[in-house]
Design a protein around this ligand. Structure first.
Ligand code: ADP
Ligand code: MG
Length: 242
């Protein structure tokens, strides 16, 4: 059994009387790509926000690397090794791509290593040829990758992403999957909220299905896809929006 990096215990979030997330026990193991899926409104983004700390839990606890972080602010969780790729890209549009990476890296790499680390990330993100372009001139997909790069610059233990393929073409989506797999091959643990099933099939090692705020099913991607109950809650929901 590999080490559990992130564990939630009975985690709940209520908005008024409505339980958006209800008594969720989620384990994310070190070294895995773990996907959180479920129909629209299932509570995925709310659970994500509880984990990163932008929402306060109504009940339950969150442990990260064996340490309780339930009451901690998002920046404190980031200091402990969580790094978050937010849904909409928020790169510095007027600054060159390399400068964006440089800014993200500056407190996390030694001066002598900065340039080499910039080059490594630019290469990894397939942005080396565009390093001197203003980030605002990149395609939407490239901006998403740059944003992933900026999250990586913090040298996280756990990379968290909410719908990293939103608004991307099928080709860009596939390339994002390849990038995540490359990071994982280097040892990165990744927690991804997604509803694009093709993308989930491409990258997921472990899957948790949320439905009405509760864990509905969990297992390997093969197990979850083979579960007729999961197919049922997705029936007629192939055109879901977020
Ligand atoms: P998902 O990401 O799976 O589509 P969400 O976590 O965004 O689902 O939403 C789960 C439920 O919680 C939905 O019914 C949604 O309307 C409700 N909800 C989410 N955020 C809020 C909020 N800030 N205030 C009130 N209700 C919310
Ligand atoms: Mg969502």
């Amino acid at each position: 059994m590999s080490e559990v990096l992130l564990q939630t215990h009975g985690l709940s979030k209520r908005f008024g009387g409505h339980a958006a997330v209800s008594e969720v026990d989620l384990s994310v193991r070190r070294g895995e790509i773990h996907c959180l899926i479920g129909p629209n409104g299932a509570g995925k983004s709310t659970l994500f926000k509880l984990i990163v700390g932008t929402h306060e839990a109504s009940e339950g606890r969150i442990e990260f690397q064996g340490r309780e972080v339930t009451g901690e602010r998002p920046y404190q969780r980031v200091q402990q090794g969580m790094s978050i790729k937010m849904q909409a890209p928020s790169v510095f549009r007027e600054l060159p791509v390399r400068q964006n990476i440089h800014i993200a890296l500056q407190h996390h790499a030694r001066l002598a290593e900065l340039r080499r680390e910039e080059d490594r990330l630019l290469e990894l993100l397939d942005l080396a040829a565009d390093a001197d372009k203003p980030a605002g001139e990149l395609s939407h997909g490239q901006q998403q990758w740059l944003e992933i790069g900026m999250a990586l610059a913090l040298k996280p233990v756990l990379l968290l992403m909410d719908e990293p393929t939103a608004g991307l073409s099928p080709e860009e989506t596939f390339k994002t999957g390849e990038l995540i797999q490359k990071l994982n091959a280097e040892g990165m643990t990744v927690l991804v909220v997604e509803h694009d099933m093709a993308f989930i099939r491409q990258i997921a090692q472990r899957v948790t299905v949320l439905h009405f705020g509760k864990v509905f099913a969990e297992g390997s991607i093969a197990e979850v896809i083979a579960d007729p109950r999961v197919a049922e809650i997705y029936l007629g929901k192939t055109h879901e929006h977020h």
